[in-house]
Design a protein. Structure first.
Lengths: 274, 314
C-alpha cells in the first residue's frame, strides 16, 4: 500500500500526490503510475505528467469518465506500483520480478457525451512513445572558464577547490526525477551537499542552451536559452531536446545520468560533430 | 502555394491551434489560444476544422496581403476590420480577393482576436501542433511572433463557409475591462493561511503590465501562505493561481511552463479561461469560488451553444 491522496486541480486535471520528499522510491511509484495511465489510453486523457512525488493527469472534462479514472488510480495504488511488463525500477526496489500488466480494473461506463453526436474535437492524447526501460545516459561537460561562470562560487560554497567541485559533480550517478520547465529539461539529483549551492538571488536574463546548473540538491541542463536562476558550472555539447530525433527528449523520467568532464577542444569537436 | 504576406505584424500576432497536448511529461508546454472559444468560432465561420491554425492578435492587429481569394473571419475581441479600406463585420465570414489587403483598425473591447482563413495557416506542425510557444521558440513560424515581410502558407480551401443567420450569441462577447472568473479551490489550498481564499475573492486584481501569454501577474490584496511559500516543483495546470512568496498571484495562461515551484491557491474553471484570455494589462479580474458541478454545467452549456452554432445552416 502506498500513501497517496487524489487532489482536484481545477476541473480538467487531478494530482495524485505521494509522500512529499525527493526520494527515488517515491518517484519510481509516480513514474510507474504515470506509465500505467498512459498505457491504458483512457478516453479524454490529454497528458500524464510524473513529477518528484506526484502524477498530474490532464483531461478533457467533457470526454472523461472522472469517477472511472479515480477508481483506476485507487485500484492501482492500492495494489502496488503497476510497473508495465518488461520494466523494472532502477532504484529502491531490488526485486527482478516483472510486475506484469496493470490489473484489469474495469474502466466503468463510456465517457459521458452530454448531448447529440460526439464532437469531432480531438485535443490530442499523450504522445505514443512509451518510456521503456530506464537507461544510463553519459553526458560530457566542459567545466572550464566561460562555460561555468558559477563554478568558483559553487566550490566556495563547500570550501573545496574547483577541481574538487567538478570531481564531486561527476562522481555520482544522478536520477532523472522529472522533466519540466522547458522542453527536455530534466530535474536530476541528488547533488553532494558540498556543492548543493542555492539558486542565484537574481536570475540571469539569458542562460545558453546546454548549460549545466545546480540548484540546491538538484542538477539539470538548460535545454533552450532562457532566463534562469540555477548556478551554472559547465556546458554540454549534447542537445537535451532535439526535434530531429524520434524521441526528442534525451532524458526520460527514471533514467540514470553520469556527467564526465571534457576539455574545450573535445567540446568543440563534439559540438561540430552533432 | 497560396499565402499571406505580412505588411505589418501588429503588437503580438502568433499562429495558434488547439495546442501541443501530449508532451508535457517531456517538459513541452501546451501553448494554444488564450481564448479557445473564439479560436474555435473563427474556424467554424470559415468552414475549417475547429483545430485548424488561426492567427491570434493582441491589442493592435496586423495588416496583410492575400495572394489568393479566401474566406476569412474574425472572432474574439471586437476590432475594426477592413478589406481594401471597406469595413467588414466581426463574427461573420467575408471574402478577401487575391491581391487585397486586410487591415485591423482600432480595438473596441477585449484583448485578443482570432483571424481564421479558409484552409488554415499551413505551417508545418511540430509534435502534432502548429501552436506557437514563445518562450521555447517552438511551433508556428520559427516559434516567434509574426514580422513584416513574413509569408504564411495557407492550406487547401475546404468546406463551405458558414454564414450565420442570426447575431452572434452574446455569451461569447469579450469583457470590457473587467471579468469575473469562477474558481475551484486548490490544488495546494492547504499551503495557504485559512483566510486566503476569502482574500482572493475580496479582489479585484489588476492585470500588471508584466503579463504575457505565460501568465498574468495580478496586483491586489496579499495572499498569505501557511509556510514559506516554496514547495517541491510540481505539475501546473491552465488557469492555476500560483502564488509566489510575496503573495501576489500569477494566473497561468496558455504558454505556462509544465511545472512550477509555487503553490496554487485556486484554479479558474475551464468555461471561464477564454474570458480571462480577453483581458489586457490594466484590466481587472475578480474571483468567485464555484463547485465542480457548477463548473461542469457551465462548460456543458458553453459546448452546447458552440455545437448549436456549428451545426447551423450552411
Amino acid at each position: 500500500m502506498n500513501a497517496f491522496r487524489i487532489v482536484a486541480a481545477g476541473d480538467s486535471a487531478v494530482l495524485v500526490e505521494l509522500e512529499n520528499r525527493i526520494d527515488p522510491v517515491v518517484n519510481e511509484t509516480a513514474i510507474a503510475l504515470a506509465t500505467a495511465i498512459r498505457a491504458a489510453v483512457l478516453p479524454g486523457v490529454r497528458d500524464v505528467v510524473p513529477t518528484y512525488r506526484s502524477v498530474a493527469i490532464h483531461f478533457d472534462p467533457l470526454r472523461t469518465d472522472y469517477d472511472g479514472l479515480v477508481a483506476r488510480v485507487n485500484a492501482w495504488m492500492g495494489e502496488g506500483p503497476p510497473y508495465p511488463q518488461g520494466t523494472r525500477p532502477p532504484y529502491g526496489d531490488p526485486s527482478p520480478v516483472p510486475y506484469g500488466d496493470p490489473p484489469p480494473v474495469p474502466y466503468g461506463d463510456p465517457p459521458p457525451v452530454p448531448y447529440g453526436d460526439p464532437s469531432p474535437v480531438q485535443y490530442g492524447n499523450p504522445s505514443p512513445v512509451q518510456y521503456g526501460d530506464p537507461s544510463l545516459v553519459r553526458v560530457p561537460v566542459c567545466y572550464a572558464g566561460e562555460f561555468g561562470p558559477d563554478l568558483a562560487e559553487v566550490a566556495a560554497f563547500g570550501a573545496v577547490s574547483e577541481a574538487e567541485a567538478v570531481r564531486l559533480h561527476t562522481s555520482r550517478l544522478y536520477r532523472v526525477f522529472m522533466l519540466g520547465f522547458m522542453p527536455g529539461f530534466a530535474y536530476m539529483g541528488i547533488v553532494d551537499a558540498h556543492i548543493a549551492a542555492p539558486r542565484l538571488s537574481t536570475p540571469r536574463v539569458r542562460v545558453p542552451a546546454g548549460s549545466v546548473g545546480i540548484a540546491g540538491e538538484q542538477t539539470g541542463i538548460y535545454s533552450v536559452s532562457t532566463p534562469g536562476g540555477w548556478r551554472i558550472i559547465g556546458r554540454t555539447p549534447l542537445k537535451p531536446f532535439d526535434l530531429s530525433r524520434r524521441e526528442p527528449a534525451l532524458f526520460k523520467p527514471g533514467d540514470a545520468v553520469q556527467f564526465y568532464a571534457i576539455d574545450p577542444g573535445e567540446y568543440a569537436r563534439l559540438e561540430s560533430a552533432r | 502555394m497560396a499565402s499571406l504576406r505580412v505588411i505589418s505584424p501588429g503588437m503580438l500576432t502568433t499562429i495558434q491551434d488547439h495546442g501541443r497536448w501530449g508532451w508535457q511529461d517531456r517538459g513541452v508546454p501546451v501553448a494554444g489560444p488564450m481564448d479557445p472559444r473564439a479560436h474555435r468560432v473563427a474556424n467554424t465561420l470559415v468552414g475549417n476544422e475547429i483545430d485548424a491554425a488561426t492567427l491570434e492578435l493582441t491589442l493592435l492587429g496586423p495588416e496583410m496581403e492575400f495572394d489568393d481569394e479566401r474566406i476569412a473571419a474574425v472572432a474574439g475581441a471586437d476590432f475594426e476590420v477592413a478589406v481594401d479600406g471597406r469595413a467588414m463585420p466581426v463574427n461573420v465570414p467575408f471574402a478577401v480577393g487575391a491581391g487585397s489587403v486586410l487591415r485591423f483598425g482600432s480595438r473596441r473591447r477585449g484583448a485578443r482576436a482570432y483571424l481564421a482563413i479558409a484552409g488554415g495557416i499551413a505551417v508545418p506542425p511540430v509534435l502534432n501542433s502548429r501552436a506557437t510557444h514563445l518562450p521555447s521558440a517552438m511551433g508556428g513560424l520559427e516559434g516567434r511572433p509574426l514580422r513584416a515581410g513574413d509569408r504564411l502558407p495557407l492550406g487547401k480551401r475546404g468546406r463551405t463557409p458558414f454564414f450565420p443567420t442570426k447575431g452572434y450569441d452574446p455569451f461569447l462577447s469579450a469583457p470590457n475591462g473587467h471579468a469575473t472568473a469562477r474558481i475551484l479551490p486548490g490544488p495546494q489550498l492547504d499551503r495557504f493561511a485559512p483566510e486566503a481564499l476569502d482574500v482572493l475573492q475580496s479582489g479585484p486584481f489588476v492585470v500588471d503590465a508584466a503579463s504575457n501569454r505565460m501568465g498574468f501577474r495580478l496586483r491586489g490584496p496579499v495572499l498569505r501562505h501557511a509556510g514559506d511559500g516554496e514547495m517541491l516543483s510540481d505539475a501546473t495546470t491552465l488557469g492555476a493561481l500560483q502564488v509566489p512568496p510575496a503573495g501576489q498571484p500569477i494566473l497561468l495562461m496558455a504558454d505556462r511552463q509544465t511545472t512550477g515551484g509555487y503553490p496554487s491557491l485556486a484554479t479558474v474553471i475551464s468555461a471561464d479561461i477564454g474570458l480571462a484570455g480577453q483581458l489586457a494589462p490594466g484590466d481587472s479580474i475578480s474571483f468567485v469560488v464555484s463547485t465542480v458541478r457548477e463548473a461542469m454545467a457551465a462548460l456543458i452549456a458553453q459546448e452546447q451553444a458552440l455545437m448549436a452554432f456549428e451545426s447551423g445552416p450552411r
